[in-house]
Design a protein around this ligand. Structure first.
Ligand SMILES: *[C@@H]1O[C@H](CO)[C@@H](O)[C@H](O)[C@H]1NC(C)=O
Ligand SMILES: *[C@@H]1O[C@H](CO)[C@@H](O)[C@H](O)[C@H]1NC(C)=O
Length: 313
């Protein structure tokens, strides 16, 4: 026998002899009964929470501890000890929470015609672990649902076919120890198509043209098949000093020359994209700033030293 194995045997034995804490989940606002192991009704026990006496309002009924109208402050590790010798008989992790409500669910395809994703969130905290089950149906068939590797509350689904007229039905169920609640949404393929915004937008002045700006951009990299599923674009621009946007819609072109810019004014420019046939416009791209070409300004004549401006302070 090696010392190592003796050591591990001891640790293992010790862990086994410790009473294992069990979890008890209870609804916020309810009255909670904790039962000390399987002791009889006439057993006499004392309770501790987190190692100290229970200070919250409570009742003792034989081996039972009753807490009234529990809230998050009652969370803790409760232990009971049998009188008169004080052997520990049970350990309970009390978790106060609420049952889930119907989650909010949205689905979107930014990779048409490959697939779509759905995301969901809870409007209210439940305070205890809550998981989600997702079921996607199309034409009486259950589709494979893939969890997103980054976003916790998101999943991906491949379109089983394109140009399908059958609706997709997505059912998301929030589940925790206190209950469950589902939301079902139904939609057609064409209504959830929304590309990501165009990328790498640039705006450059054109030499000797004080009213022009050349704007160009790239289609979103996530859009998988730009040749067979072309996008159209929407450009908006305004001088920084104004609130009113000017708009231009462009089919199938990834550049545009603004010809009516105010000379010398800085402009802010954004572009959005949409499938030419279906779906909705993307969000706006990141804003770019540009100022049309201006003639080299005349050198500023310097003021004489000591000649401070007066009357402006
Ligand atoms: C017990 O300890 C936990 C963790 O530190 C704490 O959140 C909880 O409020 C404590 N419970 C009570 C009743 O003191
Ligand atoms: C959604 O899924 C849950 C859990 O599987 C199920 O109980 C519920 O009936 C489903 N709702 C609909 C509308 O199909």
């Amino acid at each position: 026998l090696r010392w190592g194995s003796i050591f591990y045997c001891c640790v293992f034995l010790c862990l086994c002899l410790l009473p294992v804490a069990r979890n008890q989940y209870e609804r916020m606002g309810s009255d909670v009964t904790m039962q000390c192991g399987s002791l009889d009704n006439d057993a006499s026990v004392s309770w501790k929470v987190n190692g100290t006496d229970v200070r919250a309002q409570h009742r003792l009924e034989g081996p039972r501890l009753i807490l009234t109208e529990v809230n998050l402050g009652h969370n803790g590790l409760y232990s009971c000890f049998q009188n008169p010798h004080g052997e520990r008989r049970d350990t309970i992790f009390l978790h106060i929470g609420i049952s889930p409500r119907e989650p909010t669910v949205t689905c979107r395809s930014n990779t048409y015609p490959k697939g779509f994703y759905c995301s969901w969130h809870q409007l209210y905290a439940t305070y205890i672990p809550t998981t989600f089950e997702v079921d996607v149906q199309h034409n009486q068939r259950s589709l494979e649902v893939q969890k997103d590797s980054v976003h916790k509350n998101r999943c991906h689904v491949r379109f089983p076919e394109v140009f399908s007229s059958f609706p997709y039905k997505v059912n998301v169920t929030a589940v925790n120890a206190l209950g469950k609640a589902s939301t079902m949404i139904s939609f057609e393929e064409s209504s959830i198509v929304k590309p990501d915004p165009p990328e790498r937008v640039t705006a450059t002045p054109i030499r000797l043209n004080p009213r022009r700006l050349e704007v160009s951009w790239h289609s979103p990299a996530t859009w998988p098949d730009i040749d067979n599923f072309p996008l159209k674009y929407f450009l908006r621009y305004r001088p920084l000093i104004r609130d009113q946007w000017q708009h231009v819609e462009l089919s199938d072109s990834t550049s545009h020359t603004i010809t009516d810019a105010y000379a010398g004014k800085e402009y802010i420019i954004q572009v959005a994209a949409k499938d030419t046939e279906i779906g909705t416009w993307s969000d706006w791209s990141v804003a770019v700033h540009a100022t049309p070409w201006i003639e080299d300004p005349l050198p500023i004549t310097s003021t004489t030293e000591g000649d401070f401006p007066t009357g402006r302070l």
